[in-house]
Design a protein around this ligand. Structure first.
Ligand code: ZN
Length: 390
């Protein structure tokens, strides 16, 4: 259909200051006009009466919000780690090493198995309102398995991240430097054609600052853009490295010093929170208030992966951020939409104003507030998503 007018919207979240106060730019009694999968107009339902469209939908006072932008997910894998979750919930601690069991399952899976698991997760995410989702490699950890993970991911999304530096695979035990050489050499060569981003898990049990810098440098030299897993498990140099490399995003940000907070606030690096990971590992939540009050741009993402955060559900992450991270409901929604877009350095998504992609959600609720106010309830009435990969 060429054009679509959605009208009688009780509350339209535009995320654009042109239409209302920060952070959400809300228009009440609103309408939105879509032309060829692009937003062409937003305004009041009254003014919309004069607009022509091929199709009109009256939503009877319901809320409309931008589609969620999930800027951090690990979706190419095989296997199940519910047993590890059970053990953790019975008192064991989370460490980065559990990734290795998914590596073994992923290596022995066929392309079709990986593709159909990815497709199922993508559909699951879309049905809960996610319209753009970033997807990392990191469970292959051989030249061939990393390249095929990214090749398969790139069939579904433009936001692909090469994460060969996820964990050192067991065959490189005691030869960590050799593995870093592989990640920055032949593996990078094979993966770069399918990747937009270079990512490193810089943390305890994963990669140290020196190796992290090497991997980011090599990726950037190949034309990839940097982003980083930083300070999930302990304080360290991760945040400083992210800022030093002008990474689009530093993800997790759970254990920060005051100088980390200051560095993020005075940089273009988005601080991305992954509260479902803290939930699923029963860990301390990051201090969102500190970063927001310091002036940092923040995002919320799922970190969907089979070990430490097996959810694709952004409304769940919003509810957690509000309840556990002292974010206001408006801040959390902005972080899950416009914040995610910033974390991917995209200006065509995460907001609803002319020229944006027509990615939006009709809620079964009169207000976005219900996303946190009614946790665990499916409030997604319909997801509108522009054609083509995002
Ligand atoms: Zn992650």
């Amino acid at each position: 259909m060429a054009s679509l007018l959605v009208t009688n919207i009780g509350e339209l979240v535009t995320n654009s200051l042109a239409y209302g106060p920060t952070p959400l730019g809300i228009i009440r009694d609103a309408a939105i006009l879509i032309d060829n999968d692009v937003v062409s107009w937003v305004g009041s339902a009254f003014d919309a009466q004069r607009l022509a469209a091929d199709e009109k939908i009256d939503v009877d006072g319901a809320a409309v919000i931008p589609g969620f932008v999930d800027s951090h997910a690990h979706l190419v894998f095989a296997g199940d780690r519910s047993g590890e979750f059970e053990a953790r919930m019975s008192g064991n601690n989370y460490s980065a090493g559990g990734i290795r069991s998914t590596v073994a399952a992923t290596r022995s899976a066929s392309d079709d198995e990986l593709r159909s698991n990815l497709q199922r997760l993508m559909e699951e995410a879309n049905s809960s309102g996610t319209t753009t989702i970033e997807c990392k490699s990191g469970y292959g950890l051989t030249v061939e398995d990393e390249a095929r993970s990214l090749r398969i991911a790139s069939e579904f999304t433009t936001e692909t991240s090469y994460l060969g530096a996820h964990v050192v695979p067991s065959e490189f035990d005691d030869r960590k430097d050799d593995y870093v050489s592989l990640v920055t050499g032949a593996m990078l060569d094979a993966c770069a054609p399918y990747s937009r981003w270079i990512d490193v898990f810089c943390d305890r049990g994963a990669f140290d600052p020196n190796s992290t810098r090497k991997v980011l440098k090599a990726g950037i030299a190949k034309g990839l853009l940097p982003r980083l897993h930083a300070n999930q498990l302990k304080q360290g140099e991760g945040i400083q490295i992210a800022v030093e490399f002008d990474a689009a995003s530093a993800d997790h940000c759970t254990h920060l010093t005051q100088s980390d907070v200051d560095a993020l606030a005075s940089s273009d690096t988005v601080a991305t929170f992954l509260p479902a990971a803290e939930f699923s590992t029963r860990s301390q939540y990051p201090n969102a208030r500190k970063l927001i009050d310091a002036g940092s741009t923040v995002a919320i993402a799922t970190d969907c992966n089979p070990g430490s955060s097996y959810t694709t559900n952004m409304p769940f992450c919003i509810a957690l951020a509000v309840r556990e991270m002292q974010m206001s409901p408006a801040e959390a929604l902005a972080a899950a939409t416009l914040g995610g877009a910033s974390a991917l350095r995209r200006n065509d998504i995460g907001h609803l104003a002319p020229n944006a992609r027509a990615d939006f959600i009709l809620l079964n609720a009169p207000s976005y507030l219900h996303l946190a106010y009614r946790p665990g309830v499916n409030l997604i009435n319909r997801v509108f998503r522009a054609k083509g990969k995002s």
